[in-house]
Design a binder for this molecule. Structure first.
Ligand code: B4P
Length: 190
């Protein structure tokens, strides 16, 4: 539950949460319903890998191990997209480290924009594992998933306190069907 009873329409949001919590799924739905830009660093990195670009070649092995791609590479991708976009956005899978969060803050300051809300998708490890094993992407083997969960706990979960302190964080229970969770999110944003 949240202590934010009524929220005005938000157009600059982040999705935070462990791998497999459904950040990509829910971010895409929300962005399309509200006509916002959906920016997924995971998707953008996978596109670079498929294209065989220099960046993709650097990212490929790191992603296959379930480690995080370097902050500099990811920041360059995000900067390029946000600099040329005037409207609202939904960020998914970024930031993933405190360094990325701080760099995002300074980029947004330069652009005269700010994060309005952070939605934290919460789900227990066994449900995360089942979802990801069911998806079967190259980095969805049990060994790699367990490493991604560990990396999340060590490097990304400190962002929860970071955004909570700023009064931006709203936890969302990420159990149930895609539609149930989407309705839950809409209910929180209304
Ligand atoms: P991501 O692409 O961000 O992937 P993810 O965290 O594994 O998945 P997400 O939470 O978005 O779950 P999804 O909706 O897809 O990252 C992949 C890799 O890229 C990282 O390991 C890292 O190497 C690199 N990377 C990305 N961003 C980075 C950054 N900022 N810095 C450094 N490295 C970075 O859902 C998962 C599955 O569950 C899907 O199959 C979906 O269909 C299913 N699902 C969703 N909702 C469901 C529901 N309610 N019920 C049942 N199944 C559901």
């Amino acid at each position: 539950m949240t202590d934010h009873p009524i929220l005005p329409e938000k157009s600059r949001l982040l999705f935070l949460g462990p791998p497999g919590a459904g950040k990509g799924t829910q971010a895409e739905l929300l962005a399309s319903r509200r006509s916002l830009l959906h920016l997924s660093t995971g998707e953008l990195l996978r596109a670079e890998v498929s294209a065989g670009s220099d960046l993709g070649l650097q990212a490929q092995e790191i992603m296959a191990r379930g480690e995080l791609v370097s902050d500099d590479l990811v920041l360059a991708i995000v900067r390029q997209r946000l600099e040329h976009h005037k409207g609202g956005w939904v960020l998914d899978g970024f930031p993933r480290t405190l360094t990325q969060a701080e760099a995002l803050d300074s980029l947004l300051e330069q652009l005269g924009q700010q994060i309005e809300l952070v939605l934290l998708l919460e789900l227990d490890d066994s449900a995360l594992l089942q979802r990801l094993l069911g998806r079967g992407r190259d980095d969805d083997t049990e060994e790699v998933i367990l490493n991604r969960l560990e990396v999340y706990r060590e490097r990304t979960s400190p962002l929860v306190a970071h955004y909570r302190q700023r009064g931006l964080l709203i936890p969302v229970e990420a159990t149930g069907t895609v539609e149930t969770i989407a309705d839950r999110i809409e209910g929180l944003l209304r």
